[in-house]
Design a protein around this ligand. Structure first.
Ligand code: MG
Length: 275
């Protein structure tokens, strides 16, 4: 399938969407305290979208196929891995909370996720969150013009396998191309697959999003038709960024600094576009 190639002007709109996503994730994480419901956190995301004149990538998503998503953020707690529907669930000390958030600015999408722990974290949960974040950046490190999607997938897989502990990597859910729609070609799996994969080039953007569990990788979907849980009840983490390739290098559109610091630490050329 053809991968959408963006003009510099379109990538700049995606950067604006990415900054709204970053602001929303930060505000929602700040609001996530013990006693808060996931619906209240979703409301914070709605305020950030409204304040910036942006709309939601997630709200009503999938309505044409069944139950449209009812929130602007996916908020997944503990054994909920991804696609958690905001609602009455009350956050408690020690909960592992993943928030995935998307924004549209002038028709262009940004999509990112992060996981954090409420209050006191167990060592095991902290390690899970850090390993998943590390896997995301191991994947981002491989993005460049001429690289293949398979290089990104393999880097994530190898990073996870190199950890001192075993993790489950979700297989049914992957990263994706992004731009004029949230989910576009190509799929970006979080595990290594033999065989050819699409080549990346200037003007392309992909959302990279490793999803790990402390147990096995098998999942189930809840009766709400959305919330994905681990079958063995193990906790999960999910980190995601929208990453673009410009004529100058790599631009992490959903990172507040565009990825500058992390890319420099990894020897990757930072390639923002000037306004
Ligand atoms: Mg995504």
């Amino acid at each position: 399938m053809r991968i959408e190639v963006k003009t510099p002007e379109q990538l700049k709109l995606m950067r604006r969407a990415g900054l709204v996503v970053a602001e929303g994730l930060s505000a929602m994480a700040d609001a996530a305290t013990p006693g808060t419901t996931t619906k209240e956190i979703d409301d914070v995301g709605r305020e950030v979208l409204a304040r910036n004149g942006a709309t939601s990538s997630f709200l009503n998503y999938g309505a044409e196929y069944g139950v449209g998503f009812s929130g602007v953020a996916c908020i997944s707690v503990n054994e909920e891995l991804v696609h958690g529907v905001p609602g009455a669930r009350v956050l408690a000390d020690g909960d592992v909370v993943s928030i995935d958030f998307g924004a549209i600015v002038e028709g262009w999408h940004g999509d990112a996720a992060r996981t954090f722990i409420i209050g006191d974290a167990s060592d095991e949960d902290s390690t899970l969150v850090e390993a998943t974040r590390g896997a995301l950046w191991a994947g981002i490190e491989k993005v460049r013009a001429g690289a293949r999607v398979g290089h990104v997938s393999r880097a994530i897989d190898e990073f996870v396998r190199a950890q001192p502990r075993r993790y489950g990597t979700l297989r049914e859910y992957t990263g994706h191309g992004i731009g004029s729609q949230m989910h576009m070609a190509p799929d970006v799996p979080n595990f290594h697959k033999h065989g050819p994969s699409p080549k990346l080039g200037v003007g392309m953007a992909i959302a990279i999003e490793p999803m790990l569990t402390l147990g096995l990788h098998q999942t189930s979907v809840c009766e709400d038709d959305w919330t994905v849980v681990s079958r063995d009840g193990s906790r999960g983490a999910h980190w995601e960024h929208t990453v673009a390739i410009t004529e100058h290098g790599v631009w992490v559109l959903t990172a507040p600094d565009g990825g500058q610091a992390e890319l420099a630490a990894r020897g990757v050329t930072f390639g923002p576009l000037a306004d």
